[in-house]
Design a protein. Structure first.
Length: 459
């Protein structure tokens, strides 16, 4: 795609001045494809991977339109839905930067897990009619149920990371919110993937949309990807080996919060400056942890996929997948935290023997084999990656089922053999009893005189 400068778009001068001060000159592909159509009033269905500038692709044209005027000043004009608090906060921060030269355009981020003061601030902003509301679905539904927000004058309805919202179970909430939106409202959806459920939602909400798909969702070329093939008990030792040389600006991902806690304790014992992020933490604790990591107070963040999407930290040097994500998209989102803003980055995945089939699926998606690092000599042998033939959970399932079937068959054969043996024994015992009876009868029928004669003869 030919390079496009922001000055070549329909953005107004106030937005262009802010971009100039922020050293933003050229559009990313998703921005080049979406900015002008949004200003022209088109509904958009945009598909692009994480880190491609989707937030600016919809936020810049929307606030440019609002700044040009023609919208009610005491009403909510734009509603942006985000799946997580972290993404809502990030969008709000971007809003403050892009809108630096704009007068009369206010915004508020609305999400759960806050104290009373935060809730009161939300309530005040919603009642006055903030120009832009950035909200998580659950929190917005709560405000709507208490009549704290009026969406009847809405002009822009934006769903960011729509696939993630549906994965988190917000489908019904999104549809309920959409019922309160004017039919004339311009609707914009962005997603990292395009599964069938997103297509269904797009058909429900969008009117003659412009479909924009930017390449395939694959990791940035500047990410140096590699993997350690190992057994699960070897993972902690591999992690210790990695941190002998690399200890700063690292995110370690695990799919389970209990494992995140275990990794955190392991690193603390190694005197590594780190923090943990998972769903057991309160929102205040999560905000504090993210602030400490962004500001450099801690060097390493151990996290679940709660921070795999929508967290914009430009200086992450390394991402470590402590376990292999089950979905290819999750792998892309995880390692997409590094190599941002034209920087280089490193992504290392620890692949246990029972995760090999998952990692081979990722390699198939990427269209290439990822470099395998040798294990440290003291850890012993590693599993044979090439010998592993099971490419799917179905194969494992069938293998287990087959084993059960064979076991059942063996039991059946054993039972059959046991019953057959019992019948043979019964038959033999019956023959013995018959012989005994015959012998007993013959003995009783013998000539007693002959017996006595034999006895008398000493025979």
């Amino acid at each position: 795609m030919q390079k496009k400068y922001f000055e070549e778009t329909l953005l107004n001068d106030n937005i262009l001045d802010a971009l100039y001060d922020m050293r933003f000159e050229t559009c990313t592909p998703i921005q080049a494809a979406c900015i002008d159509p949004i200003i022209e009033g088109r509904d958009i269905m945009g598909v692009a991977q994480t880190g491609t500038g989707k937030t600016a692709a919809y936020l810049l044209p929307v606030i440019s339109c609002l700044d040009d005027g023609g919208y009610r000043e005491d009403a909510v004009n734009c509603l942006i839905m985000a799946p997580t608090r972290e993404l809502a906060q990030q969008i709000d921060q971007a809003m403050q930067g892009f809108g630096y030269y704009l007068d009369g355009i206010s915004s508020v981020a609305v999400y759960g897990g806050n104290d009373g003061n935060r809730y009161n601030n939300e309530l005040t902003a919603l009642k006055k009619g903030a120009s832009v509301v950035i909200a998580t679905p659950g929190r917005l539904i709560s405000h709507m149920q208490m009549d704290n927000i009026d969406l009847s004058h809405l002009s822009f309805f934006i769903l960011d990371e729509a696939d993630r919202m549906l994965d988190m179970g917000f489908s019904d909430d999104i549809l309920a919110i959409a019922k309160h939106i004017p039919k004339t409202c311009q609707t914009i959806m962005f997603s990292a993937t395009m599964p069938s459920k997103i297509e269904d939602l797009a058909r429900t909400l969008l009117k003659d949309p412009l479909n924009v798909k930017i390449a395939v969702s694959k990791p940035a070329e500047k990410i140096q990807q590699s993997a350690y093939v190992c057994y699960s008990p070897q993972k902690e030792a591999i992690l210790s080996e990695i941190f002998k040389t690399q200890q700063k600006r690292v995110i370690i991902f695990s799919g389970k919060k209990q494992r995140v806690k275990e990794i955190y304790r392991h690193l603390m014992k190694k005197n590594i400056s780190c923090g943990a992020m998972h769903s057991d933490l309160s929102q205040a604790k999560r905000d504090e942890m993210m602030f400490r990591f962004k500001s450099g107070n801690i060097d390493v963040l151990v996290a679940t996929d709660i921070v795999a999407r929508g967290i914009d930290i430009d200086d992450i040097q390394m991402v470590i997948n402590y376990d292999v994500p089950r979905d290819v998209e999750d792998y892309v989102h995880r390692i997409g935290r590094t190599a941002r803003a034209e920087r280089d980055g490193i992504a290392i995945t620890l692949v246990s023997d029972d995760e090999i089939y998952l990692f081979k699926r990722i390699e198939k998606f990427l269209g290439r084999e990822i470099v395998k690092n040798p294990l440290p000599a003291e850890l012993g042998e590693a599993p044979d990656y090439k010998a592993n033939k099971d490419h799917s959970t179905t194969a494992h399932r069938n293998k287990r089922r087959g084993s059960k079937r064979h076991g059942a068959g063996n039991n059946k054969n054993n039972n059959h053999n046991s019953n057959q043996k019992q019948r043979n024994n019964e038959r033999n015992e019956k023959q013995v009893r018959t012989e005994r009876k015959r012998f007993s009868g013959n003995r009783k029928g013998k000539d007693n005189s002959a017996v006595h004669s034999e006895k008398q003869q000493g025979k």
